[in-house]
Design a protein around this ligand. Structure first.
Ligand code: UN1
Length: 517
């Protein structure tokens, strides 16, 4: 193992050069297939992880069910206290975990650390929530009756997370699920097992210290088979899935067909719209971060840029200068802004997208190539140049505009009227994030109202990516309509009981129905 990788793994007590167990359900084990964790920046194998065998998955689901039976009766504020300790334990390892995210996923250091901060933030939120998961009392039409809406724990929640946020998205789910009194079973991306092992070690140490069954936060690493078995299992009450539209469609159907609950966080195809009165000093760097940050591998990454004709040339020349200055580098090095794509396969997806744009006659203003000339260890990395393309006009029915390419490829169109740009914004299947740049209140009103953006995230003078945890996060249409993190998202992690209670000496029927002879 290189000293670069060894330092990061050592800080989290992960043995890099042996096979390590990738299943936790109170104890660590692993008898299934071996997963290789590969560093996207160098191609180095970081570790081999023993994933869950079918028997181990079955056993973990059983232990999660038992853990739920215990945990649901722990008072919610006490569950919040456990979360507070998890929050503290994560904060103590924030930089080390952030570095592991960079090493294994490939995002740059500040974003890796930021992702751990996002877990810390949602843990804080859920600590408060644990004393505020209120139901309500509804006025009954019958004398001497009360109606209560009671949030009860749901059961076993499975979290199937993606490679691009290997820590935070699990954090969103775990924090709410724990506060709600559930057991959570995590199946991370097969390519980021180490992040999930490091997080689970931290979480489980807190659970064990508090004599809470470890399977309250179980981990089952694995590939497609493990994921499929979880999705099909009657033992899983809710599946929270983050990933592609293609897989999400299968997950949604499968869970629905067994009448389970499902929460989907699927593709994004997010647009920024720049009005003539936009402050370019703010808008240009925001679009740069949205499109190039995380090497274009956020669900919320900016993929489409719609420029008002009067500012298009000025905007593009400023954006091009930022693109021209960005250099691929080691995500662990503090000055790097551009890390690698996560996998070799993603480089192929990027190349195919650029090729398709070229063939269709798009003008390539920046990038458009895979980096092949990097010296030293980075020569083995999945580096590509961030690309700006100007297709020949905007046709949202064209796959160029319709499909999400999970790579730093930004397509630019020019408009004359805001309505036209909103039509383009809404004209694609996905509906995750959107961003309008203007100082004119009339545009803002239009944008956030009924005839405005149909995405789940509708920003003004804020880019498409980088949401805080406080609001519900998620998207509409083919993004799957799921909501996670803040807002009212917690309400999905409970089963609601509507309880009508009769305190009287009569037993009247509702709606005045008489049923006595
Ligand atoms: C994702 O890309 O799956 O808003 C999540 C953001 C982050 C979360 C992204 N807070 O970009």
């Amino acid at each position: 193992l290189s000293s670069r990788a060894a330092r990061v793994l050592d800080a989290l007590d992960i043995a890099g050069d042996r096979e390590i167990p990738g299943v936790y359900d109170g104890e660590w084990h692993g008898a299934g297939d071996v997963l290789e964790s590969v560093c996207p920046a160098t191609g180095e194998v970081l570790a081999r992880v023993r994933s869950a065998s079918p028997e181990e998955l079955h056993a973990a689901l059983g232990r999660a069910r038992e853990a739920y039976a215990f945990f649901r009766s722990v008072p919610a504020p006490r569950r919040g206290e456990i979360l507070r300790q998890i929050r503290e334990a994560l904060a103590a390892k924030r930089d080390e975990l952030g570095a592991l995210v960079s090493l294994e996923m490939g995002k740059i250091r500040t974003e890796g650390v930021g992702e751990v901060q996002e877990f810390i933030d949602i843990a804080d939120y859920a600590v408060g929530l644990s004393r505020m998961m209120n139901g309500r009392v509804v006025a009954s039409e019958r004398p001497g009756h009360s109606i209560l809406e009671v949030p009860n724990p749901l059961g076993v929640v499975a979290v199937l997370s993606a490679f691009n946020f290997p820590v935070a998205v699990y954090g969103w789910n775990l924090a709410l699920s724990l506060a709600a009194g559930n057991a959570t079973l995590w199946k991370p991306s097969a390519t980021t097992p180490l992040c999930s092992i490091a997080v689970t070690k931290i979480v489980s140490s807190v659970l064990e210290r508090n004599s809470i069954p470890g399977a309250v936060a179980a981990l089952v690493t694995g590939g497609k088979d493990v994921g499929e078995s979880i999705v099909e299992s009657q033992d899983v009450d809710m599946v929270s899935f983050t990933g592609s539209e293609h897989v999400g469609r299968i997950v949604g159907r499968t869970v629905q067909s067994r009448f389970g609950k499902v929460l989907l966080e699927l593709g994004g195809n997010n647009a920024s719209i720049i009005m003539p009165d936009a402050d370019l000093a703010l808008a240009v760097p925001a679009v740069f971060f949205g499109a190039v940050g995380t090497a274009g591998q956020r669900c919320t990454s900016t993929r489409r840029l719609y420029l008002h004709r009067t500012v298009a040339a000025a905007f593009l020349s400023r954006l091009q200068s930022l693109y021209a200055a960005v250099r691929p580098g080691d995500p662990l090095a503090p000055a790097t802004l551009l890390g690698p794509l996560h996998t070799r396969a993603a480089v192929g997806v990027y190349s195919a997208a650029v090729e398709r744009l070229r063939k269709s006659g798009a003008e390539i203003l920046a990038g458009g190539a895979v980096c092949r000339d990097l010296a030293g260890p980075l020569g083995g990395g999945n580096y590509v140049l961030p690309t700006i393309a100007v297709p020949r006009g905007v046709d949202v029915a064209d796959p160029i505009w319709r499909e999400e390419t999970f790579a730093p490829v930004l397509c630019v169109g020019v408009f004359d009227e805001l309505e036209e740009a909103i039509g383009w914004n809404n004209g694609v299947p996905q509906g995750l994030s959107s961003s309008l740049w203007t100082r004119d209140l009339r545009n803002v009103g239009k944008w956030i109202g009924p005839a405005g953006s149909d995405a789940g995230i509708v920003n003004v003078n804020v880019g498409t990516s980088g949401a805080e945890i406080g609001a519900a996060f998620g998207g509409n249409k083919s993004t799957g309509w799921g909501r996670e993190s803040g807002g009212d998202a917690w309400k999905q992690y409970v089963r609601w009981s509507a309880c009508t209670i009769n305190f009287s000496d009569e037993a009247p029927l509702a709606q005045g129905v008489q049923f006595s002879s």
